[in-house]
Design a binder for this molecule. Structure first.
Ligand SMILES: NC(=O)c1ccc[n+]([C@@H]2O[C@H](COP(=O)([O-])OP(=O)(O)OC[C@H]3O[C@@H](n4cnc5c(N)ncnc54)[C@H](O)[C@@H]3O)[C@@H](O)[C@H]2O)c1
Length: 399
């Protein structure tokens, strides 16, 4: 099997946030990188951003001046797609539109040699659909980086039903060499992270909508008891309510309107009102400057804080367990994904073991009994494990 090394040239398509970040990662590892974008301004912007980021890394003594110069010298910019003809791997990071991506992939195939791997950084589109535009769909794969790519370790590797095993394995090894944490996910809506994380936002919004607690209290409880770095509303403001709402809507639609992913009317109104979050200066919170939201003035309320935390965490665990049941990923990869893609303090299945599967099952049953909504149905895997007193990681060395 061929293995990629730093002599393989990497083509990046799309000089936006993700393309620029992925280019930095590849060039830091030693690859020659060519970034292609249709828009000259975007290429200039990407060039300026990379130069600024590398200078800052040098100033902060994170890298040597000469290494910084080498990284930049390996990256070139072009608005001619023909310059990608000799690449060994192309990673696409253009607009999230299936038809545009398919058109691009079909155009690429006429250009590159037959051994070139074609990867897409899509967060929500079907890899099988994108691959269907290609004559050699076996070489097409999802390579889903997280924002910002140089800082976030996770890469979800998403083979389509047509992708060859060797493409998956070569890219898995390459991501490891780049210092990333690769996980393998099935080509299903939201892959791992964008599916499993839905209840973090959805259940927090629901608690707020029901008037059980206000927004700062919910964020405070998740940080105080769950030790999450950010509360759900802070995180939605950071991601952008527009983006976060769209992801929920897509996952909801793609899972045939499973009530578990039902979007929130509250968040929809925030989007409609232009209250996107940090980028517009106002979302669930107001941002006068780019600083973290502080909850210093909130007093603990043990009963309420625990109730909020438990309701959200059991819904997250339920989602993680269902993801395992449907073989979307292994238990280890589900936990690695949430630790490295969204900085959760613990893997959710490990957390389930710590809380006890009987506790998780009984909290879920309480929610179901109260609301009689399909949203709160217990994953069969949790019900079974609770009954037989099982753990996801029965041996300490499994974790
Ligand atoms: N931003 C994120 O947090 C994030 C995280 C993971 C994955 N993604 C995915 O990565 C991809 C890119 O996202 P982004 O945030 O970097 O977008 P962006 O808007 O910052 O950049 C997209 C770039 O693609 C260029 N482009 C558009 N159509 C093109 C075409 N046909 N040919 C060449 N260039 C073209 C645009 O000029 C732009 O520079 C999307 O598929 C997105 O879903 C984004």
């Amino acid at each position: 099997m061929i293995n990629f090394n730093k002599h393989v040239a990497i083509g990046i398509i799309g000089a936006g946030t993700m393309g620029t970040g992925i280019a930095q990662v590849a060039a830091t590892f030693g690859h020659k990188v060519v970034i292609f974008d249709q828009q000259k301004e975007q290429l200039n912007h990407s060039h300026d951003n990379l130069t600024r980021i590398i200078s800052r890394l040098v100033e902060k003594h994170k890298i040597e001046q000469s290494d910084g110069e080498d990284i930049l010298s390996r990256i070139s910019f072009t608005n001619s797609i023909n310059e990608l003809s000799s690449m060994g791997l192309i990673i696409e990071a253009i607009v999230e539109d299936l038809e545009v991506k398919k058109e691009l992939f079909s155009q690429l195939e006429d250009l590159v040699n037959e051994n070139c791997f074609l990867a897409t950084n899509t967060s929500s589109l079907s890899i099988s659909s994108i691959a269907s535009a290609c004559k050699i769909p076996q070489r097409v794969i999802g390579l889903h980086f997280f924002n910002p790519p140089p800082l976030m370790p996770l890469v979800e590797i998403v083979p389509s039903i047509l992708t060859s095993n060797s493409v998956k394995e070569v890219l898995f090894n390459l991501m490891k060499e780049w210092g990333k944490v690769p996980v393998i996910a099935k080509d299903t809506p939201g892959f791992i992270v964008n599916k499993v994380a839905r209840p973090f936002y959805g259940e927090a919004l629901r608690i707020y909508e029901e008037g059980i607690a206000d927004i700062p209290r919910i964020d405070y409880a998740m940080k105080r008891i769950g030790k999450f770095r950010m509360g759900p509303f802070e995180l939605m403001d950071l991601i952008g309510n527009d983006v976060n709402y769209k992801v929920t809507e897509t996952v909801f639609r793609e899972f045939y309107y499973d009530q578990r992913y039902k979007p929130s009317i509250t968040q929809k109104r925030y989007v409609e009102a232009g209250l996107f979050g940090r980028k517009t200066g106002k979302g669930f919170y107001e941002y006068t400057e780019l600083q973290n939201v502080k909850h210093d003035d909130i007093e603990p309320d043990s009963k309420l804080d625990s109730m909020i935390f438990e309701r959200i965490i059991v819904m997250l665990i339920n989602e993680a367990a269902d993801t395992l049941m449907y073989n979307i990923a292994s238990k280890e990869d589900i936990d690695l994904a949430m630790l490295n893609g969204v900085n959760y303090p613990k893997g959710l299945l490990k957390w389930a073991d710590e809380l006890g599967l009987d506790f998780v099952a009984s909290r879920l049953a309480d929610l179901y009994d109260k609301y009689l909504e399909d949203r709160y149905r217990t994953s069969p895997i949790i019900a079974k494990m609770a009954k037989s007193n099982e753990k996801f990681y029965p041996h300490a060395k499994d974790i």
